[in-house]
Design a protein around this ligand. Structure first.
Ligand code: SF4
Length: 220
């Protein structure tokens, strides 16, 4: 299994780097917890059980780990819980405002999520630095002879995050917002709010369709 961090490029594709930023640190920590740091061999009888919160709406994203020392379990699927069931439960125990889970530097964030992150200066500095870091692709990929052709960006406008138009509401966003308001009188459209589903490093949606910079009136 491969895991990737997606990012937007001017070529209109989602470019993906390896699991350098997600899976690798998790494996490193797991090895540390098990007492077998790399490159020590881990006996077959030694493993961790890793719980991954994927609901029944997204069962197709539930995957096994790619190493023997990590066994993935999907408790929400075992419980037969959908996203709605999770929200109902969280609301019942007073946690109705729980945000969906995602990586801080996920390129599938909508503008609202970017604005929320910007409100926390330390987190904003972190994602702005990460955005700059991926511009030429993953250092590991470049070093191994697979350089990124072009440049990668976290924001779908293909503009460095610090300057990206995260306060801009696109026509598509406005239309979605109006449609959503008509439908349920509540939420905003997903271009504004980002991808609807929660996420985990084991289920990265790196192959999702990518909108282009023209959505922002920025295409040349
Ligand atoms: S794992 Fe999910 S939240 Fe993280 S980068 Fe991939 S798509 Fe985004």
């Amino acid at each position: 299994m491969t895991n990737h961090i997606p990012a937007f490029t001017h070529e209109g594709e989602v470019q993906r780097s390896t699991g350098e930023y997600k899976i690798k640190p998790i494996k490193k920590k797991v090895r540390e917890l098990l007492g077998y740091p790399y490159p020590q061999r881990i006996p077959a009888s030694v493993f961790v059980e890793q719980w991954v919160g994927i609901s029944t709406d997204e069962f197709h994203r539930a995957k096994d780990a790619d190493v023997r020392y990590m066994h993935n379990r999907h408790p929400l699927i075992d419980l037969d819980w959908s996203r709605e069931d999770c929200l109902r439960y969280l609301t019942a125990i007073g946690l109705g405002g729980t945000p969906k889970s995602s990586c801080l530097g996920c390129p599938f964030h909508g503008n609202r999520q970017w604005r929320r992150i910007r409100a926390s200066p330390a987190e904003w500095d972190d994602v702005v630095a990460f955005d700059a870091e991926i511009r030429k692709g993953a250092a590991h990929a470049t070093a191994s002879g697979h350089p990124l052709l072009g440049e990668a960006f976290l924001h779908r406008s293909r503009i460095p995050l610090a300057q990206a138009p995260i306060d801009h509401v696109t026509g598509a966003e406005r239309a979605q917002l109006n449609q959503q308001l008509t439908l349920d009188g509540a939420d905003e459209g997903d271009l504004e709010t980002g991808a609807e589903e929660g996420c985990s490093p084991w289920a990265c949606r790196g192959s999702a369709d990518t909108p282009g910079p023209d959505e922002f009136g920025l295409a040349s």
